[in-house]
Design a protein around this ligand. Sequence first.
Ligand SMILES: [Zn+2]
Length: 75
Amino acid sequence: MRPHPIYHRCALTPDCRAMIPIDHLMCRPHWRRVPREIKGRVTLTYRRRSADWEVYAQAVRDAKAAVWNTLGRNR
Ligand SMILES: [Zn+2]
């Protein structure tokens, strides 16, 4: 193991235990469920997240909500 973390949990934790690269938000099966528009927003705002954390956080919330929806849950 490297001292610097290069993997973290999928954003759908605690239900998903997949370990993914630090620059990915979700594991592949979950990311596939995110609508294209939101994916684009996450990718775009991720690059600028140090400048504008809130728009990134909002994009992440939308992405998670979209996945929960496809899984038939509400959170
Ligand atoms: Zn996942």
